[in-house]
Write a protein that binds this ligand. Sequence first.
Ligand code: PGA
Length: 249
Amino acid sequence: MARRKIVAGNWKMNKTPSEAKALCEELIPLVKSDDVDVVFCVPAIDIPAAVEAVKGTNICIGAENLYFEDKGAYTGEISADMLLDAGVKFVIIGHSERREYFAETDETVNKKVKKAIEKGLTPIICCGESLTQRKQGIYLDWIRMQIKIAFQDVAAADAAKTVIAYEPIWAIGTGETATDDQAEEVCKAIRDCICEIYDQATAEAIRIQYGGSVNAGNAASLFSKPDIDGGLVGGASLKADFGKIVNYK
Ligand code: PGA
C-alpha cells in the first residue's frame, strides 16, 4: 500500500499567540488536501490558539519538543500529558537545533520517543549530518547510529506509526537544499536501517520526510522520490508558500 504523504511545518521560535492565530487563518484555505497529512508544529505557548484556529480543518497541531518525564520538578519543561490535553497530535523530537543549543543527545531523543509513543503522540524523529560529516563520507554511518539509538526498545508496531525527518544540518535555513538524489539516498538508507532493526513491513509503513530548505519550487521533485514521504518545512511554513508545498502535485 502506498504511504500517505505528510507535510509538517516547523515554526521554530516564531509567532506570538495572536500572530499564530492569524497565520493559521491565512493558511487554512491554502493547505486543504485530501491526500496529504498536514501538521503545523508551533511554539508551546501558541498551541491553544493554533488548536482553536484549526478546529474542523484537515490540519493537526504538533509541538516542537516535549520532556520525557511525566511530571515533577523540571522547571520550564512540558510533558506529553500537557500536550495531549491541549489537543496536540504530533511532536518533533531531536531537531538539530535542540541537539546543538539545548544539549539533546541520541539517548534523550530515545527517551522522548518512547514517552511520546507511550502517551499516544506521534513523534517526528529528526536525524541528519553536518557538512563535515558529509565531507568525511561518514554521513550514512552517523545517521544509522542516530536511528538505531532513537528506536532502542521501541516495538515494531509502534515504530511503524512514527515519522522520521531526515534533515542535513547544512541544508537547514541555508537555502541550500539537498539534491533529490542526495535526499533519496539517505531516506532509502534510513528505510533499510529500519528494515534491519525490525522487518520489511515496518520499513514499508514508516514515513520518512526530507527537511532542509524545502520550498514551493523544489517540493514536487523531492516528494516524487520513492523513499521521501513528504517534508519537514521551516522557513517556508510561515508563509503562503506552505500551501504550494502541501499541494505540490
Ligand atoms: P528550513 O528548516 O526549511 O528553514 O531549512 C527546516 C527545519 O529546520 O525543520
